[in-house]
Design a protein around this ligand. Structure first.
Ligand code: SF4
Ligand code: SF4
Length: 117
């Protein structure tokens, strides 16, 4: 009998199977928007939101409070959502990194109720 080789399908996101669906941005204070967001050449964010270090590396600027300058502090929503950087687009709600950031920020008091805006 002739054997058939089945190609191995690589998952696009290695963490995709480790998403906790109970985690929701609506009950968060956008704590991932405190992380440093390095800008990629393809990113097109407004110039006034870009910070550049002495080596020329570009990141999203942060406010004195530690959150990204593009975050609306009242709603915890991204004000440049449609043009947000590629790193932000790839960051998955409920992923291990998301859960780590929430744990660091909220500690034992991780919020569960949906935030009404
Ligand atoms: S992705 Fe995670 S850390 Fe970021 S706002 Fe959503 S729930 Fe919070
Ligand atoms: S660009 Fe938007 S999604 Fe990305 S860190 Fe800033 S506020 Fe958050």
């Amino acid at each position: 009998m002739k054997s058939i080789r089945v190609p191995r399908v690589e998952s696009a996101d290695p963490y995709a199977e480790d998403i906790d669906p109970s985690v929701q941005c609506s009950s968060c204070e956008a704590v991932c928007c405190r992380l440093t967001v390095v800008l990629m050449p393809e990113d097109r964010v407004p110039a006034w939101l870009i910070a550049r270090d002495e080596r020329g590396m570009e990141t999203m600027a942060k406010g004195e409070d530690g959150w990204c300058a593009a975050l609306d502090r009242n709603t915890f929503r991204c004000t440049i959502y449609d043009e947000r950087p590629s790193i932000c687009r790839k960051y998955a709600m409920g992923s291990p990194s998301c859960r780590d950031e929430r744990k660091k920020w909220f500690g034992a008091a991780i919020p569960t109720p949906v935030r009404v805006l």
